[in-house]
Design a protein around this ligand. Structure first.
Ligand SMILES: Nc1nc2c(ncn2[C@@H]2O[C@H](COP(=O)(O)OP(=O)(O)OP(=O)(O)O)[C@@H](O)[C@H]2O)c(=O)[nH]1
Ligand SMILES: [Mg+2]
Length: 190
């Protein structure tokens, strides 16, 4: 799949703004700072179509990018400690609206930092996807920060947690895993 002719489509900050959509959508979920926007940039072959920041909580809206008649959807991150109860409620209602709206979500990439272990928030997110019957695959981000042995250990850990789910190691820095992820998108779109 070639997603090189992408354009920014729109961003949505409240449930009412979310448009109904029947084009296939691939969405990206994960804690703040895990690397969602960086992954989207890499897949689209762009440096900064999605905004990347070293401060967590950068993406607070649902951002749609259009490429090859599909949407890539950058979801706002969770698990950011400094969020107010009000912002947390906004996040909840926005995410609920997104996943319960009439749309054609083909696959959700659940991003997890390869170096870490599954957090309570990650587990809640995964269970939410399962409860909504959203097909998902796991992307392990920041793999460039692990050496070969550490990566092999972590792959075992994550693959054991997600037995029947594809798990893709990825590095936005080096591009590792990009082709495999694009192929997965292809297979879920068809
Ligand atoms: N070394 C390394 N750094 C990465 C990688 N992916 C992302 N980063 C860095 O991690 C930080 C967060 O990346 P983002 O892509 O903004 O993360 P996000 O998940 O979109 O964060 P929010 O928008 O806050 O939810 C940035 O400083 C990135 O440069 C990676 O594969 N390797
Ligand atoms: Mg982001």
């Amino acid at each position: 799949m070639n997603l090189n002719n992408a354009e920014f489509f729109a961003c949505f900050g409240t449930p009412e703004q979310l448009p109904e959509n029947d084009l296939p959508e691939i969405c990206f979920s994960g804690r703040s700072n895990v690397g969602k926007s960086s992954l989207i940039n890499k897949l689209l072959g762009r440096k900064a179509i999605a905004r990347v920041s070293s401060t967590p909580g950068k993406t607070t809206t649902i951002n749609f990018f259009k490429a090859a008649d599909i949407y890539l959807v950058d979801l706002p991150g969770y698990g950011y400690a400094k969020v107010t109860p009000k912002e947390r409620m906004r996040w909840d209602s926005l995410m609920n609206a997104y996943f319960s709206g009439r749309r054609n979500i083909k696959l959700c990439f659940q991003l997890l930092d390869a170096r870490r272990t599954l957090s309570g928030d990650d587990e809640r997110m995964v269970n939410f996807l399962i409860s909504r019957n959203i097909p998902f695959a796991v992307v392990l981000t920041k793999c460039d920060k692990l050496n070969k042995t550490e990566l092999a250990e972590k792959m075992n850990y994550w693959q054991a947690l997600f037995e029947n789910t594809p798990v893709f190691p990825f590095s936005a820095l080096k591009g590792t895993g990009k082709e495999e992820i694009l192929n997965a998108i292809d297979s879920y779109i068809e």
